[in-house]
Ligand binder design. Structure first.
Ligand code: X90
Length: 280
């Protein structure tokens, strides 16, 4: 038996994980005044409060290869799950760490999974890996099956503001402008290239939630797991859960909170929804 570890960057919003050895590699949120490390000790609410009063420039930074490497510990088989490589250098840093680690320890193996997504879709991938590890699958088999599984997962988001995304060049100014009207919420999805794909602008939250439900149906959700991750918007997450349960009664819908990185970009009120589609 090999020792197995799952290592995800902090865009996954996971701090702990049951069943398999796990580590989170923090991204950072940076202002001219201070640096917030997106780890278990970060006071997310405090950071949001600071940032709402702060008028200067803010940005983020991905983990370095050394950060990833340190998180591998001495595991013999490592599964890295990174935020979309289209928007961050995290995946690239993990890849460099993989090469260093395997050169240093020729008998160990690392796989880097570019989630092409953020937030709860990373969690779904981690849970699937853990399920297969527990079931006794070989490393190579898991790598193959996870590629397949990812054809059956997706991410939808609802954003009230795209300010931080636009200021940091993560969406085109055109997309940001289209969404920037007061009272509008942008509902979109992670594209196949791992970028933000706007789908609809909705006036008011109720409208946005109904739109999310319809989009999930259109994208092929037929029950299965759904993870709702919210940035300071538990009421909307709960309302969405009830709305989805009207259609998918028995389904496994969970709610959690965004950590630092996703809170920064999804901004207050934002929601990310990771889901399984076309399963079974
Ligand atoms: O490397 C870095 O500094 C991190 C940059 C991350 C930029 C994007 C974060 C997105 C967070 C926002 C809504 C959903 C996005 C869908 C992704 C395809 C969440």
């Amino acid at each position: 038996m090999y020792s197995v570890k799952i290592v995800a960057d902090s865009s996954s919003d996971m701090l702990t994980f049951d069943g398999v050895d796990f580590a989170s590699v923090p991204l950072k949120i940076i202002t001219t005044e201070r640096e917030y490390v997106d780890d278990a000790t970060l006071d997310v609410e405090g950071m949001i409060q600071d940032l709402s009063e702060y008028k200067g420039k803010s940005s983020t930074a991905c983990p370095s290869p050394a950060d990833w490497l340190a998180a591998f510990g001495d595991a013999e088989r490592v599964f890295c799950i990174a935020i979309t490589s289209s928007l961050s250098g995290s995946c690239n840093a993990a890849e460099i760490a993989r090469q260093d680690y395997e050169a240093l320890h020729p008998d160990r193996r690392v796989v880097v999974i570019d989630s092409l997504s953020a937030g709860p879709e990373l969690r779904l991938i981690a849970e699937k890996i853990a399920e297969m590890v527990t079931a006794g699958f070989e490393f190579e088999e898991i790598c193959e099956k996870i590629e397949e599984y990812r054809q059956h997962t997706g991410l939808v988001f609802m954003l009230e503001s795209l300010k931080n995304l636009a200021n940091n060049g993560r969406v085109s100014p055109l997309v940001a402008k289209a969404a920037g009207l007061l009272g509008l919420r942008l509902v979109g999805k992670a594209s196949e290239q791992g970028t933000l794909e706007p789908l609809e602008k909705c006036r008011g939250e109720r409208k946005a939630l109904a739109t999310i439900r319809r989009i999930l149906q259109e994208l092929g959700v037929r029950g299965g797991k759904i993870h709702i991750c919210h940035a300071g918007n538990l009421p909307a997450a709960q309302a969405l859960k009830s709305l989805l349960e009207e259609v998918w009664k028995e389904t496994d819908i969970r709610i959690s909170e965004c950590r630092g990185l996703c809170s920064f970009y999804a901004e207050k009120g934002g929601m990310l929804i990771g889901f399984e589609k076309n399963c079974g």
